[in-house]
Design a protein around this ligand. Sequence first.
Ligand code: 5AD
Ligand code: SF4
Length: 436
Amino acid sequence: MKAPKKLYIKTYGCQMNVYDSERMADAITSTGYDLVEKPDDADMILLNTCHIREKAAEKIYSELGRYRKFKDAKPDLKIGVAGCVAQAEGEEIIHRQPMVDLVVGPQAYHRLPEMLAKVDAGKRAIDTDFPIEDKFDHLPRGPKARRAPSAFLTVQEGCDKFCAFCVVPYTRGSEVSRPPQKLLAEARDLVERGVAEINLLGQNVNAYLADDWSLARLIREMAKIDGLERIRFTTSHPADMGDDLIAAHGDVEKLMPYLHLPVQSGSDKILKRMNRKHTAADYLKILDKIRAVRPDIALSGDFIVGFPEEEESDFQATLELCEQVRYAMAYSFKYSVRPGTPAANRGLVDADIANDRLQRLQKLLTGHQMDFQQSMVGKTLPVLLEKPARDPGQLVGKSPYLQAVHCQADKSLIGKIVNIKVTRSERNSLVGDLIS
Ligand code: 5AD
Ligand code: SF4
């Protein structure tokens, strides 16, 4: 029998790429590859890429440059680019890096087996179509291997919101939701494979709508699966935060008290220029409603500073909004021009000013994150233990509020929800003692 070839996949960007990489790994390994952890002696290197900010996209080209020596040493090594850079740049990737053998956009993964056959025959394969069939339908499933306790499940893809700064509607296409029965079957399958927590993913997950099912209905049905202990979802848009989803936060016990709800800016002028379709007050009103049904909810957000025409007073409005919300976690970015998006031709804020604003915002957000974590010290939290931590004898898991929690515990407890009394807050995690 021929020894299996080696496949190395490197994933950049969002959690949806993590899910896609798992599914691609399943598909490619079913054609005679083994997944390996390092690129060194791989027969195929696949980069699953992110195009959201310029830095993320440029990183791919420098990474490809690094792999040139691998190909020099092993000429039949195949190199592939998947994900949003593949979608956005298509053939351009091969012009810039002629050693690339395969370019596959995020909607064309089901064609990977045919594309690989072409590549194996020494040809190039490029596919960045947006076909109508579900890309996950035709991807072969792997054998029923055990999975880590927490898994992603993509339920929705694409975005129809067209925020003026964002490439997603162009790289991922318009909103498509996967059929609920298929998702419930996939969730049951994950639970059989040892999964206790499912994180439902979508670029605009709360716009989920399939066969008249809303995301709230999908969550309620999923919560009925025995053995599934925790449900999360991300990322949501404020305009799609329906009352049924808010209510689910109040009465679906398995739905965790954590919500990632990006606002991007606290200034109505900037929100309008960003085409966000909501004001700061609309956003705060949604948070009030959620807090009314789930007072302990941990909130998380995304921010962009230095968006064209952002003045100091607009930035102050962002700081004020943060003071009001007090996020448990938040991600902030300096505006990055994305060619082809509506904001691409607008005048830029001075780079020093934008950098300074980013630092000021991050300082405030980090302080709030620290306060939130500190408020957990002394409390006993149910933690889903996920894997060994770096320190010997320690495991790491997640609190309901998505904080990483470390504790001394036996490996046999991986996959279990245990009570941990939090003793200390560190920069990005909590530390505690196992109670039961
Ligand atoms: N520049 C900076 N940040 C961006 N994001 C999306 N597009 C851009 C851009 N052009 C951020 C938004 C989004 C997160 C995933 O990335 O905050 O919510
Ligand atoms: Fe991009 Fe806006 Fe859609 Fe989010 S909602 S993916 S930021 S266009």
